[in-house]
Design a protein around this ligand. Structure first.
Ligand SMILES: Cc1ncc(COP(=O)(O)O)c(C=O)c1O
Length: 382
């Protein structure tokens, strides 16, 4: 049973994300960096982007980072640079933001979905081998909600079957797998710096990271109309360059990323402690708590109606969101693949019940406690 409408207005209001506060706290730093970009009119690529590329490559622990216009392009150019194209199949997860799959389709390949692990909600490695066919060229796992996939079995399988492993790390800046930063484990790591990400730009931005010199050089060329010299285009290229302003902002923000991720981790621990044993919500599992960066804190509605819970929390001033309501292969855009309800039981269960609670570094202890109390109040646990 979920408690009905409150009579009084809520005591507090907790946004899902507060970018104003996030950016206000370091305004003096990014203002100076933006001034430098505008003073030199270096709006596309240029020194600020190069500085960020070097710093982010160092942070992830690889020799190369190539700055791009968004995370969707990062995935597309990574696949292109690994020669994935028409006739190829790419094994991926049904539970992700749609871009993971768009990129596969953009290069002319076919997405092949396997279900997710019921604890981590990431690609279930145990199901991947069965999905391999003679056409399989790549595996594209997603480090979802800030948590690394179980990479060891995927890397072993890619190695054994001669497949390319590309990581979608768009939700996991700074997360680690057995000590190594995500993005550095596969052939290429792809990042988005969409403003609400753990590391977010002032607009659209993305990047690939890699230890492979040839892949880095190819993506660097592809992003700039595939030029290997002025007006000499060696293959079909893209306009996918990172803007100078984004490089400058990201270079400033990267210096704070570990502190922000630590704050997210503290909030997640607190949610976990305050909500432990509360009926109505199933809490997320961190396979390795010290390595999770909590891009999102996602609970499952457990025996309560998700829509009613959302409404009651909103009445109490708590904003929530759903990531994501429908498995990708069941979206109308992928109807041609012929999937039906029941094909991905775990992903379908998670998508029908998941609910993202407010999660950002600047959340206060009072706000976290207020959210937990509001949930307890809604599910009649006070
Ligand atoms: C898992 C995942 N992959 C890819 C992307 C695409 O990134 P972008 O929005 O920068 O194109 C996002 C972010 O939106 C994402 O969350």
């Amino acid at each position: 049973m979920i408690k009905p409408l409150l009579k009084d207005p809520p005591k507090l209001s907790v946004p899902f994300l507060d970018l104003n506060e996030h950016n206000r706290r370091i305004a003096h730093e990014w203002r100076a960096a933006l001034d430098a970009v505008t003073a030199q009119s270096q709006f596309i690529l240029g020194p600020a982007v190069e500085r960020f590329e070097a710093a982010f490559a160092r942070y992830v622990g690889v020799p190369h980072c190539v700055g791009l216009n968004n995370g969707t392009s990062a995935l597309q150019l990574a696949l292109h640079a690994c020669d994935v194209g028409p006739g190829d199949e790419v094994i991926t997860t049904p539970h992700t933001w749609i871009s993971t799959t768009w990129a596969i389709s953009y290069v002319g390949a076919k997405p092949v979905y396997v279900d997710i692990d019921p604890a981590s909600y990431t690609l279930d490695p145990g199901l991947v081998e069965r999905a391999i066919t003679p056409r399989t060229k790549a595996i594209l796992p997603v480090h979802l909600y800030g948590q690394s996939c179980d990479m060891e079995p995927l890397l072993a399988l890619a190695d054994k079957r001669g497949l390319v492993l590309i990581e979608d790390a768009a939700q996991a800046h700074g997360a680690r797998y057995e000590g190594r930063r995500v993005g550095s484990l596969g052939r290429v790591g792809c990042f988005s710096f969409y403003p609400g990400k753990n590391l977010g730009a002032f607009g659209e931005a993305g990047a690939i990271v890699t230890s492979d010199d040839a892949i880095a050089a190819r993506v660097r060329r592809l992003r700039d109309h595939a030029q290997d010299g002025r007006h000499h285009h060696v293959e079909l290229g893209y306009n996918a360059r990172m803007e100078g302003v984004q490089g400058a902002v990201l270079d400033v923000k990267l210096r704070h990323l570990d502190d922000w991720n630590a704050a997210r981790r503290r909030h997640a621990e607190r949610y976990g402690a305050l909500l432990a044993g509360v009926p109505g919500v199933r809490l997320p599992t961190a396979t390795d708590p010290a390595s999770h960066v909590w891009h999102l804190y996602v609970v499952l509605a457990d025996g309560v109606d998700r829509q009613i819970l959302i409404k009651r929390l909103a009445e109490r001033g708590v904003a929530t969101a759903i990531h994501y309501p429908t498995p990708v292969p069941l979206q109308p855009a992928y109807a041609h693949l012929g999937h039906r309800r029941g094909d991905f039981p775990v992903a379908e269960d998670v998508t029908s019940r998941c609910l993202s609670l407010p999660m950002f570094a600047e959340l206060t202890d009072d706000q976290v406690e207020y959210v937990a109390d509001a949930i307890k109040d809604c599910v009649g646990c006070h």
